[in-house]
Write a protein that binds this ligand. Structure first.
Ligand code: COA
Length: 247
């Protein structure tokens, strides 16, 4: 069952993030990831959805309406907690300071557009449709937020490129980030309004032209038959019922 992230899910989500995703954030450690997801609960433009079965998280996805300034927003939710984590990390990995500064220059953090930030499914549960379901729920969540298009960036080397292509994301371009090739994809949400599929009862163009025996009053939505041919009459009535007219 897919639902929104709750505070008790966070240790499992952080673990899946660390295990299934490479990159700098997982390198910062589980505590950093836990703080990140905790802070995200207080950022209304960000959401995380989890697939949970018997209290076990099998996968999760995070999205944001605008990634602009995301890390500043996250850090300012718990500045002391993050400062301690960064200090601890940089004391033991001083060479990573430059990398951290470069990460903050990730083009996505200057871009105002909606983005799917992370999706990951536990290794043993991959290729069973969970990723697809999480993606579908992401589409629904963005739709609720009146967003029609969102982007995804992914390292070129990852098999996930195949997943994104399979589920209908369009490749936009590639760019280099920290010496690695990354790909941008875009997903356009096509909303099928069920009402728009039901033709307007008052629209005469839905009437087949061969049924010229019919006269349709488009203002009143009423129908009259000028001939008494029962075959034509039955076919006409059937056609009209199919397009939603009450006859
Ligand atoms: C990418 C990921 C989330 C996909 O989740 P998943 O649950 O394995 O995917 P699904 O089973 O829902 O697959 C949906 C479709 O994509 C296809 N697909 C999945 N992974 C694929 C891959 N690596 N290459 C090509 N197609 C793939 C499936 O065959 C399936 O196709 P179908 O609908 O025709 O059967 C998962 O592999 C993962 O967690 N990877 C590690 C983390 C990662 O790299 N995340 C992306 C970067 S943010």
């Amino acid at each position: 069952m897919i639902r929104k992230l709750s505070i008790t899910d966070i240790p499992q989500v952080a673990r899946i993030h660390k295990q299934e995703l490479s990159g700098f954030l997982p390198e910062l450690g589980l505590q950093f990831l836990e703080n990140f997801y905790k802070a995200s609960l207080d950022i209304p433009e960000m959401f995380t959805l989890v697939e949970k079965k018997n209290e076990q998280i099998l996968g999760f996805v995070s999205g944001i309406e605008s990634a602009k300034g995301l890390y500043k927003k996250v850090i300012f939710k718990n500045p002391i907690g993050f400062a301690i984590l960064f200090l601890r990390y940089f004391v033991t990995h001083p060479e990573k300071i430059v990398k951290m500064v470069k990460i903050l220059s990730y083009p996505g953090f200057a871009d105002d557009s909606p983005e799917l930030l992370t999706i990951a499914v536990k290794k043993d549960y991959q290729k069973r449709g969970i990723g697809k379901n999480l993606f579908q729920k992401t589409v629904e969540e963005f739709t609720k937020r009146k967003i029609k298009k969102f982007k995804i960036s992914v390292y070129d080397k990852l098999p996930a490129n195949g997943f994104y292509k399979k589920i209908g994301c369009k490749f936009v371009n590639s760019f280099e980030f920290l010496g690695e090739k990354m790909n941008y994809y875009s997903y356009e949400i096509k909303i099928l309004n069920p009402k728009s599929q039901v033709p307007n009862k008052l629209t005469p163009r839905v009437i087949p032209s061969t049924f010229d025996e019919l006269s349709v009053n488009s203002v009143e939505g009423s129908l009259s038959l000028s001939k008494n041919d029962s075959r034509i009459r039955e076919r006409s009535l059937h056609a009209l019922r199919l397009v939603g007219m009450t006859v």
